[in-house]
Design a protein around this ligand. Structure first.
Ligand code: NAP
Length: 264
């Protein structure tokens, strides 16, 4: 299937590792011109080099901490200077703020909200006028299942994610007359750096004797009985940003191997 995004300009935030990196690679393979960012300059540079070599596509990268408003402004300015426009935004940069309520700090929660809730909205605010002018745009927010099914250990991520689901649905209605489609993906556990950096806390939370045991317990909650792979998430992002997804907006797609058992 031709996804129809050859030559489109795509931003993928947080694309030096995990889901974002794979998403950037797939966009490049589809002929999109791709701008990536993350917080560590050496990793941004190495990722741009590796993806360019692997795909022969046009990839640009810059350092940007998406929890900082002026970083976002500087990044989008550079992308526009380089590519002239933005057609696609994949808000992906983020971490997980896992801990129970009694261990949550206001600083930690504020950082989570700055990175995912305000960071995502600031990027949308910057690219929306360009998408409106060209009457074509795709926005995909990488959120997380804890926004739909609260889990006491995922309190910080859960409240951030619920707010982002509301942002996604609300903007999908507001932007639809300008042919700007806004959708979300809610991953369950995906095998990335993020899982590994949370493994210790999860192991304690679950009372598991080892990280491997915690992984087994977490996997069992999924109907498919395993973790997701970054490319399984990336495939869906690229599809939702494609011409082929032209009638899909306001959707939040659970990509969790059957982890959530509710109806939405
Ligand atoms: N993996 C899962 O199980 C899972 C589950 C639910 C939701 N998610 C969501 O999926 C998204 C991607 O997660 P992942 O698993 O691929 O994580 P990952 O492997 O840790 O990769 C995260 C990427 O984002 C960058 N990043 C993190 N904070 C950033 C910031 N403030 N500004 C700019 N870049 C930032 C990281 O690079 P630097 O550190 O160099 O900045 C890295 O490139 C996240 O939003 C996460 O919350 C993941």
């Amino acid at each position: 299937m031709d996804l129809g995004i050859n030559g489109r300009v795509a931003i993928v935030t947080g694309a030096t590792k995990g889901i974002g990196r794979k998403t950037a690679e797939l966009f490049l393979q589809e002929g999109a011109r791709v701008a990536i960012c993350a917080r560590h300059a050496d990793e941004v540079q190495a990722t741009v080099q590796e993806l360019t070599l692997k795909t022969k596509g046009e990839c640009f990268g810059a350092v940007c901490d998406t929890s900082i408003a002026k970083d976002i402004d500087g990044f989008v300015d550079q992308v526009v200077h380089r590519f002239g426009k933005v057609d696609i935004l994949n808000n992906n940069a983020g971490t997980m703020y896992s801990a129970r309520f009694e261990n949550i700090t206001e600083e930690g929660l504020k950082l989570q909200l700055e990175t995912k809730l305000f960071g995502f909205m600031r990027l949308i605010r910057r690219v929306h006028p360009m998408m409106k002018q060209q009457q074509w745009g795709r926005i995909v927010n990488m959120i997380g299942g804890a926004g739909k099914e609260p889990d006491p250990f995922m309190f910080g991520s859960g409240i951030t994610n619920s707010a982002l689901l509301n942002v996604t649905k609300s903007l999908s209605t507001e932007f639809a007359p300008d042919n700007i489609l806004v959708n979300a993906i809610c991953p369950g556990w995906v095998d990335t750096n993020l899982w590994r950096s949370n493994a210790n806390g999860l192991q304690k939370e679950m009372g598991a004797v080892s990280e491997e045991e915690a992984r087994r317990q977490a996997s069992k909650k999924n109907a498919l009985g395993r973790f997701g792979k970054p490319e399984e998430l990336a495939n869906a992002v690229v599809f939702l940003c494609s011409e082929r997804a032209s009638f899909i907006t306001g959707v939040s797609l659970n990509l969790d191997g059957g982890r959530l058992k509710g109806l939405w």
